[in-house]
Design a protein. Structure first.
Length: 256
């Protein structure tokens, strides 16, 4: 039984130096055979690729500008992605919109997302989407970009079944299910009951969003089986089926 963590940050400052390699070893021991590393901006990209080179066939990079990193200099950040073209990126991500902490750079975020959608279409890569408090703007941009035939996933999904059904109208889109599904007061389990397993990916967003009973601690890819077990419980199926189907889903979407 093996799993894929489709969104993690093993080179985050929470994992200094040798801790990055230890992180990978713990994940492998837990049955997590592949991990996809979400890109943030130029400050972390070099270290992310260094980790990928140390663990070929296990760690896979994404490329993108995180919405929280968007400011007046966003264009230079996106231009810098070109230097990494052809170096193994499996997605453009994590990209998206996030107005949770303010909308000072709201217009810049929207333009940066459009440009990165164009990049995904040009490079024929899926997109990994970070979306927070900006759902309507996101779908307006998707409407504008319909001709690009984009595909991808909504990372850290905690939305409604209506949001899931809405994204599926745009084609081959999945949702990334992480630790939130294990939280005691979360409404996500009821939503996941209604989402076909063929549209679900597993993720941790490590070091963030650790699942119950580890909530509040540093999250790791090794915790994916806890998330898978909850998905299995919610859907009334065995964890082996969750592992097999979600692994196939990730392998297909990201061409692993």
């Amino acid at each position: 039984m093996t799993f894929i963590d489709t969104h993690t940050h093993c080179t985050d400052e929470a994992f200094p130096g040798p801790e990055q390699d230890a992180f990978v070893e713990r994940a492998l021991a837990a049955g997590v055979s592949k991990m996809l590393l979400a890109d943030i901006d130029t400050r972390e990209r070099g270290e992310m690729y260094a980790a990928v080179q140390r663990h070929p066939g296990v760690l896979y990079p994404m490329l993108g500008l995180y919405p929280g990193s968007v400011d007046k200099g966003w264009r230079d950040e996106i231009d810098a992605l070109e230097a990494w073209k052809g170096k193994g990126a499996v997605a453009i991500g994590e990209i998206g919109l996030d107005y949770h902490y303010g909308d000072e750079f709201k217009e810049e975020q929207k333009e940066a997302l459009r440009v990165q959608f164009e990049l995904a279409a040009q490079w024929d890569l899926p997109v990994n989407i970070h979306l927070r408090d900006a759902t309507d703007d996101f779908f307006r941009i998707l409407d504008d970009c319909k001709g690009m035939h984009l595909r991808g996933n909504l990372h850290a999904f905690s939305g409604s079944i209506e949001t899931f059904r809405r994204i599926r109208r745009y084609g081959e889109w999945s949702v990334g299910i992480g630790g939130v599904i294990t939280f005691r007061k979360a409404s996500l389990p009821e939503t996941v009951k209604q989402i076909p397993l063929e549209c679900i990916l597993l993720e941790t967003d490590a070091p963030y969003m650790a699942p119950t009973p580890l909530r509040g601690t540093r999250n790791e890819s090794a915790n994916i089986p806890l998330i898978a077990a909850k998905v299995a419980e919610v859907k009334g199926i065995d964890i082996e089926t969750v592992a097999a189907v979600t692994t196939e889903n990730a392998t297909k979407l990201f061409a692993l």
